[in-house]
Design a protein around this ligand. Structure first.
Ligand SMILES: [Zn+2]
Length: 77
């Protein structure tokens, strides 16, 4: 395994890490339901991406949860 040949100064390490900070998520409004979602991601609230339904958000929910979710989506419109 390679071993560093020279000591890296605190300054040099900190300069490299000046680019390592996390940037805030860029949120956009979903074109279908209007929720704020990360860009270039399928909307987790309605399952749409680019005005097309891609995933079924009701899958795996029981009857009661389904009804509640449907109500939430209706209210958003
Ligand atoms: Zn949506």
């Amino acid at each position: 395994m390679g071993v560093p040949a020279r000591h890296h100064t605190r300054s040099r390490v900190d300069k490299r890490r000046s680019h390592a900070a996390l940037k805030p998520l860029s949120l956009i409004k979903c074109s279908h339901c209007g929720e704020m979602i990360p860009s270039h991601k399928i909307c987790p609230f309605c399952g749409y991406y680019k005005d097309k339904e891609v995933i079924d958000v009701f899958k795996g929910l029981n009857k009661k949860e389904k009804k509640q979710k449907q109500k939430e989506i209706e209210e958003e419109k």
